[in-house]
Write a protein that binds this ligand. Structure first.
Ligand SMILES: Cc1ncc(COP(=O)(O)O)c(C=O)c1O
Length: 397
């Protein structure tokens, strides 16, 4: 058989993909698997977005412009204005999901063997995009003990080499739920200016901030115009993961020009989905108010219930809809598989994401799991109850 590329062999598997067959088997055995592992919101997509697709009169479903439709980008710049971010439609490149924006960003700023520093644990697909481009991820450890706050700036500084091209952060964070403060962003801003690096911020969870805390975008930071690249998406904001629309936003003209060349190779972002995303911008503020209230209640319930389990350590996330929980076990990969293969409580079990896959450093996060609180409260409560009982059984094995 002809050989598979080295790059292909190196491509990491999703940290939860390997557990899917066990979940499928459990379901075949009649077990109800409660998914704490998935970041797919159960919130309804705004009606305006769905109606815009249903009611349009397109006769030829044509390509759109490579950079995305002009009306959509103009309305997007109005949206950013409301977030205290001053950009024009020319600073925005519409992409097929935030995922594509991430790969265009990496492709535009780093070559094979170049390095990007990322606080870990991080969104596992950063590894995938970096590997696809031959870029090296240099992790800098953030810790559960201080809620996964920004690691000391000296730790970043120690890792900078002549191959370093960028620092990438996720704000608010998946999988940590950590929301960076303005001061933390300003520390990073000073650092990237000092070493002439890019600062890439994945802000796809921008709206999901709690306890009165406000999101501070890197695009709000003065003097960072040439360095800042924002990754954005409608997937979580409007519960429109299937639309596959995101964007890359930067004031750096060279980056936009370069990303556009990557975009030209894939011709255009999806047309219907841009129509839906444009209409979604009309979503009334009450929608977000309700959604945020719901997530706060879920988070509070989840954290309260997890804290009742002996030996569990969990931070208090102020954003997104994930948290990392440290369990009183040695190997969360084994535990997660055991939950699906060997355990049920009255016909129910839970699927969790072992956190090791969110770290780049070998051995880190082995006793941690990531939980997504995208389930209704009753089901979430039940899931934690199952986890509690399962831990008792597992530890007695
Ligand atoms: C942190 C983060 N960035 C980017 C993405 C990619 O989202 P999409 O490609 O659906 O816009 C996700 C999806 O879960 C995410 O969690």
């Amino acid at each position: 058989m002809p050989a598979i590329s080295r790059k292909g062999q190196l491509m990491p598997e999703s940290p939860i993909r390997k557990l899917v067959p066990y979940a499928e088997d459990a379901k075949l055995r009649g077990i109800d698997v409660i998914h704490l592992n998935i970041g797919q919101p159960d919130i309804k997509t705004p009606k305006q977005a769905l109606d815009a697709v249903k009611n349009n009169t397109i006769e030829v479903l044509a390509y759109s412009r490579t950079e995305g439709s002009e009306t959509y980008r103009k309305k997007l710049s109005d949206y950013y204005e409301k977030q205290q971010i001053q950009v024009t439609h020319n600073d925005i490149l519409v992409t097929t999901g935030g995922s594509e924006a991430l790969s265009f960003a990496m492709g535009s700023i780093a070559d094979a063997q170049d390095e990007i520093i990322i606080p870990e644990p991080f969104y596992a697909n950063y590894n995938g995009f970096a590997t696809a481009m031959g870029i090296r991820v240099t992790p800098v450890l953030s810790r559960i003990e201080n809620n996964f706050a920004l690691p000391p700036i000296e730790e970043f500084e120690k890792l900078i080499t002549n191959k370093t091209r960028a620092i990438l952060i996720c704000n608010p964070g998946n999988p940590t739920g950590y929301l960076y403060t303005k001061t933390e962003i300003q520390k990073l801003a000073l650092l990237v200016k000092k070493y002439n690096l890019f600062l890439v911020a994945d802000e796809v969870y921008r709206e999901f901030t709690y306890d009165g805390k406000e999101h501070y975008s890197i695009l709000q930071e003065k003097g960072l115009e040439e360095h800042a690249i924002v990754i954005d998406s409608v997937s979580k904001r409007y519960s429109m993961c299937g639309a596959r629309i995101g964007c890359l936003v930067t004031k750096n003209k060279e980056v936009i020009k370069t990303a556009l060349k990557f975009a030209q190779a894939r011709l255009s972002p999806p047309t219907y989905a841009q129509i839906a995303s444009e209409a979604a911008l009309e979503t009334p503020p009450e929608y977000f108010k309700e959604v945020i209230e719901e997530y706060v209640e879920r988070r509070d319930l989840l954290i309260t219930e997890l804290n009742k389990i002996e030996g569990v350590i969990v931070g208090r996330p102020h954003g997104a809809f994930y948290c990392i929980a440290q369990l009183p076990i040695a190997d969360a990969d084994h535990f997660a598989q055991w939950l699906l293969e060997k355990y049920d409580l009255n016909g129910e079990t839970v699927m969790v994401a072992p956190a090791a896959g969110f770290y780049a450093t070998e051995g880190m996060g082995k006793n941690q799991i990531r939980i997504a609180y995208v389930l209704k409260k009753e089901r979430l409560k039940k899931a934690v109850q199952i986890l509690k009982e399962a831990l008792k059984t597992y530890r007695a094995l």
